[in-house]
Design a protein around this ligand. Structure first.
Ligand code: AQP
Length: 331
């Protein structure tokens, strides 16, 4: 890596089919980052096993996620793309960071609280430990920026605290990363039937979620049924009109038109017609993406080669950081 560009890190768990939230919040920005930063894009499979996975489906989701990375324009010649479990240093650093993170800090994490409620029969230590593994992912590569959606902001704040603690104790050994949210309107896309909850790939109700591989009929059906309100006026008001505000966020993110301009443009439009416009804009984007996805999905050897190469390059950088850390700890 040359020193002229900053390092940006971003990752997605292959815990299901990727959603419109994942797309708008993160991967739609990845291609453009490649000319500005050294980009490191990981498939966070170790994070995904905090929830029980079906082995066959899990393998499929891992390679589908990779094909989607390529479909959005991530270029393996420009960016490092790798599978988290294939770089063992993530687990190695995870243990060291466990010993530098306080129980109380993890107890404050809202994602843990939410996920514990949803997975009440399997509140495992991995679920609790999740942000520390995330810290390892980020700090191993001396990342300057972490590209995430809003839901991950609290975790990145914790990563910063851990990094500062390490540097305070041992001298400057890791880069303190900054959170990077490229588009604030798309930083938290909400569930369609319950716009007070985040759209998530593991949602039990598929009607809450637009999946990146949904077809037009399904998109239209889900958007048409999405929960709004009864006053039939289109303007942004997250508190009183969460459904309409969510649709405005989606539409604005996909078209690049600001919310203020949209409010003007849609002043005399009915909800019914607005929903059609939103569905149309999603379908147009996803259709292009799906064409590329199916093209890459069938290139099995190519996908495997990308992961092998990515792991090799990532390992080199990861080993450097581990050496530094082992050294200061006296290990
Ligand atoms: N609804 C969303 N809106 C905007 N950004 C989102 N992200 C996730 N959901 C939205 C961002 O996508 C990146 C990858 O997320 P992840 O797969 O690592 O985990 P997550 O945040 O827990 O995403 P999901 O879809 O909700 O997964 P499950 O259901 O498995 O927990 C992150 O940068 C995230 O902010």
């Amino acid at each position: 890596m040359s020193l002229s560009k900053s390092i940006i890190f971003s990752a997605i768990q292959p815990s299901g089919q990727l959603t419109l939230g994942n797309y708008i919040g993160t991967i739609s920005h990845w291609m453009h980052m490649q000319d500005i930063y050294h980009c490191i894009y990981s498939i966070a499979d170790l994070h995904a096993i905090t929830v029980n996975q079906n082995k066959k489906l899990f393998r499929k989701n891992i390679f589908d996620t990779l094909a989607l990375y390529l479909a959005v324009g991530v270029n393996p010649k420009k960016s490092i793309i790798f599978l988290q479990s294939e770089v063992q240093e993530h687990c190695q650093l995870n243990w060291i960071l466990n010993c530098h993170t306080h129980f109380g800090e993890l107890m404050r994490m809202t994602q843990f609280k939410k996920k514990s409620k949803v997975n009440s029969s399997n509140i495992n230590i991995g679920l609790f430990n999740y942000p520390i593994l995330m810290a390892a992912d980020i700090l191993l590569y001396q990342s300057h920026k972490v590209l995430v959606g809003k839901d991950q902001m609290q975790h990145v704040e914790l990563v910063r605290d851990i990094a500062k603690r390490l540097n305070f104790l041992y001298g400057h050994i890791v880069t303190v990363p900054e959170v990077y949210i490229p588009n604030i309107n798309g930083a938290k896309i909400m569930a369609l039937l319950n716009p007070n909850n985040k759209m998530s790939k593991s949602d039990n109700n598929i009607n809450n979620v637009i999946f990146l591989l949904d077809n037009h009929e399904s998109i239209l059906k889900k958007i048409t049924r999405s929960v709004t309100d009864s006053d039939n006026k289109i303007f942004y008001d997250i508190k009183n009109k969460p459904g309409i505000s969510n649709l405005l966020n989606i539409y604005s993110s996909l078209t690049g038109i600001s919310i203020a301009v949209l409010e003007n443009m849609l002043m005399n439009t009915t909800y019914k017609h607005f929903k059609l416009l939103v569905a149309q804009s999603i379908s147009e984007k996803l259709l292009q993406l799906q064409e590329q996805f199916y093209y890459f999905k069938n290139k099995k050897n190519y996908l495997r080669d990308i992961l092998d190469f990515g792991a090799c390059v990532a390992k080199k950088q990861a080993k450097k950081t581990m050496k530094k850390i082992y050294n200061v700890l006296g290990l």
